[in-house]
Design a protein around this ligand. Sequence first.
Ligand SMILES: Cc1ncc(COP(=O)(O)O)c(C=O)c1O
Length: 393
Amino acid sequence: MSFDVERARIQTPGCGERIHFNNCGAGLMPVPVIDALKTHIDLEARIGGYEAADAADDKVRNSYSALARMLNCNPGEIAIVENATRGWDMAFYSLDFKVGDRILTCSAEYVSNYVAYLQVARKTGALVETIPDDADGAVDVDALRNLIDERVKLIYITHVPTNGGLVNPAAAIGAVAREHGIPFLLDACQSAGQMPLDVEALQVDMLSATSRKYLRGPRGMGFLYVREALIPELEPPFIDLRAATWTAPGEYHLLDDAGRFENWECNVAAKIAMGTAVDYALEWGLEDIEIRIAALAGALREGLAALPGVTLRDRGSRQCGIVSFTVEDRAPADVVAGLNFRGINLSVSQATSTQLDMHARGLDALVRAGVHYYNNEDEVARFLAALEEVIAK
Ligand SMILES: Cc1ncc(COP(=O)(O)O)c(C=O)c1O
């Protein structure tokens, strides 16, 4: 079935402004998401914030059921929070670590998660270890198997790293984690919205992601999935009147579902609009979205490979919509500035975002272009022509 790119572009006002290849930073919101956001803000302005939340209760609930449909889980296993990191933190800091406990992670690890490991390792004496990469740069699942012992308390993987097209073999990692009864936490921040994410097929126990990237939702929203059976074992690091009921002066009772990871005050308009973004992605179909993005990213990689002085930096045998590269003798920031000047959005990924991987490859920074299904082949051609101009200057 062919993808109706024209319809996608008509529903994406930002397409008329710029060539937006910064979907791994923040995707462009489509009309239904923009409408959902504005409608609720208008309602708040007219009738009051609390009253608007009550009136829109069905829409708020829809955000949980939409996410549950996307992830193949129950709405009660979803917490909606401010961003991916906060979701991830609520899961990670709920786990108890002690001296000698091992946390296994990957070389593509994201800064915000890794600094949390370092903090917990310092406080508790737990150890953080990196699973070796395979020859293509993905997590080596056999090496993971060899690292397992009774001291491994958590396997945590970034599905798609912030700095390139690699897709880690989450389902194979999940199978190892399940076999050994070790909790598996997946950072799906860059994969949510650009490929199917079925928590049963992936065998993940916890999964965090954001609204604003490939899901095309508003900024300042994210979510956490926690498997029902694990929820009672997790005491969130901080709680409020949403997470817990103050049952007696000296007592509280945590919510039994993933609501215990949320907080009470939140941006209701953005919460509703994230649900709309999920519904919208599901209407297009995540399998079709992945195929469309892969074709476009493939065309971009092919074009880049043919340009003199350009080196593609994507790793992994399975690759997604994030295309990373460097240009000989040119700082990534200069290349990005030259392209921004020509009306193209994309970004620099610095080594400080993914230290382990970037240092191992001797990279300080790289250029990162994240294409989405609403981008088209004409934009790829214009991007390549603009890059040639920037290189020639
Ligand atoms: C792989 C990965 N994980 C986590 C995050 C953090 O997401 P958020 O800014 O929504 O907390 C990012 C953001 O770029 C990311 O790329």
